[in-house]
Design a protein around this ligand. Structure first.
Ligand code: DLL
Length: 435
């Protein structure tokens, strides 16, 4: 099923006309209403009317997270306070959060965008959807909540945490959709197994996972453990929250809601746009947002575009699963590696569980990586030599697939920290180990 056939399946040319019109409207608004943008455009000698094609987008300046921080909390808003209907924020690991605002119409746009992605992953009005994202300033829970409401599904707003209770609710209420981060879904599966719940017997049939990176291997793991179909969806608070893009059941890239967001892929070093298929940094321009329109926002997420029409009939461009973030890339002895590449290798090795932690430290001038990974309980025979052999196998596989030299340390099942929201798999000791 398609939620908004007109917008999701329109011809590419018609969509481009609509996008250009909406882009021009947005530029006029920000130029008039947001001093930050007026100044940034003036500095480059650009007036909104100079943008006469979508290709002209590249003439516009980027917006970064630092710009939002420097204008904390409301400096980039384009509406008066009285027109705000909601304020959310993204937590951020240090300092102040990034504050984002919505008008009534923005909330309506948000619901529509999320409704589309729920329908495209196979959700229906008959479903009972358990929302195990944290309700609060985080956009994940409310965003999915509104989309579910829009399509008429029944919502079970469990929020995060109290995992045994989550499982009990899932079993007793008969949840058919689980909504969470992939890492929390994995933890929940472990707890369900511990509680003796047979996941095969549950009515759960669909998992809508997002908000953090996860690999195809992790998808397989979650689908096997829960006996569900798992789809990916992407978004970020600054742009709207969840609802920027999502997978249909072909699971071949995430359909972008292109009538609301223009997505470019750029070379993060030079800032130049990259052609279809090439991986680079995702840059997003909002073209319908009222409260917080953003021009060429640099997300730091790495993906590539696919402009071909999908087998599902939607004509919207798709973005590949996020490969990592520009600020998450590790450089270990000259080898560039994303945590997702390490995850792909680990999960595929027999005896290894998908629970891992990457510890980065500094020895002299070199970065060193230690990979702590749990072995599987059902694999371990009790022989120490088996553990040594497995460590050796992992080390070799990482070398042969990624040319990565890392110290591998197998740890006991359930010994690493579990996560209820976004997983924190990298422990960076470099700041504390000198140099
Ligand atoms: O995580 C919005 C969201 C909520 C998306 C629920 C999907 C589902 P923030 O907390 O602002 O917003 O974090 C945004 O999370 O820049 C990515 O680095 C990462 N991220 C979000 N979705 C995905 C995904 C929400 N599907 C940041 N795959 C983004 C990989 C993702 N990373």
């Amino acid at each position: 099923m398609i939620w908004d056939e007109k917008m999701e399946c329109m011809s590419v040319d018609t969509r481009r006309e609509l996008q250009l019109k909406r882009l021009q409207d947005t530029l006029n608004r920000v130029y008039k209403l947001v001093p930050f943008y007026r100044q940034a455009f003036n500095q480059r000698g650009i007036k909104p009317q100079d943008i006469s094609s979508l290709e002209d987008l590249r003439k516009l300046p980027f917006t970064t997270k630092d710009d939002l921080r420097e204008n904390y909390p409301y400096g980039l808003f384009a509406v008066p306070r009285k027109d705000l209907a909601r304020i959310h924020a993204s937590s951020g690991t240090t300092g102040k959060p990034t504050v984002v605002g919505y008008t009534r119409r923005d909330l309506e746009t948000w619901s529509e965008c999320v409704a589309r992605l729920i329908i495209m992953s196979g959700g229906t009005a008959e479903d009972i959807a358990q929302v195990a994202f944290g309700y609060g300033l985080f956009t994940g829970a409310f965003g999915l909540h509104y989309g579910l409401e829009k399509i008429g599904a029944a919502i079970v707003p469990t929020s995060t945490g109290n995992t045994e209770r989550q499982i009990m609710v899932m079993e007793d209420f008969g949840s058919t959709i689980l909504i969470s981060t992939p890492s929390y879904a994995l933890y929940m599966a472990e707890v369900a197994e511990q509680m003796g719940v047979d996941t095969k017997k549950l009515p759960l049939r669909l998992g809508l996972f997002g908000s953090e990176g996860w690999t195809e291997e992790m998808r397989r793991e979650l689908e096997d453990r829960w006996h569900i179909t798992a789809t990916d969806n992407y978004g970020l608070s600054e742009i709207i929250g969840p609802g920027v893009s999502g997978e249909c059941l072909y699971k071949d890239g995430m359909h972008i809601n292109e009538d609301h967001f223009l997505v470019e892929i750029i070379d993060p070093e030079t800032g130049e746009p990259l052609p279809e298929g090439e991986a680079g940094e995702v840059v997003i321009t909002t073209i319908t947002k009222e409260a917080l329109p953003l021009i060429r926002y640099r997300t730091k997420d790495i993906s590539a575009l696919n402009l071909k029409t999908c087998c599902c009939g939607r004509t919207t461009a798709r973005m590949e699963k996020i490969k990592g973030r520009t600020d998450d890339m590790l450089i270990i002895r000259g080898v560039n590696v994303f945590p997702s590449q390490i995850e792909s290798v680990l999960i595929d090795i027999e005896g290894v569980s998908p629970q891992y932690q990457l510890v980065v430290s500094k020895k002299g001038y070199l970065d060193e990586l230690e990979i702590k990974v749990e072995f599987r309980e059902d694999w371990f025979t009790g022989r120490f030599s088996d553990l040594e052999a497995l460590e050796e196998r992992i080390t070799q596989k990482l070398e042969s697939v990624l040319s990565l030299t890392a110290k591998v340390k197998l740890v006991e099942p359930k010994s690493l920290t579990r996560f209820e929201g976004k997983a924190k798999r990298i422990v960076d000791l470099r700041k504390t180990t000198g140099n």
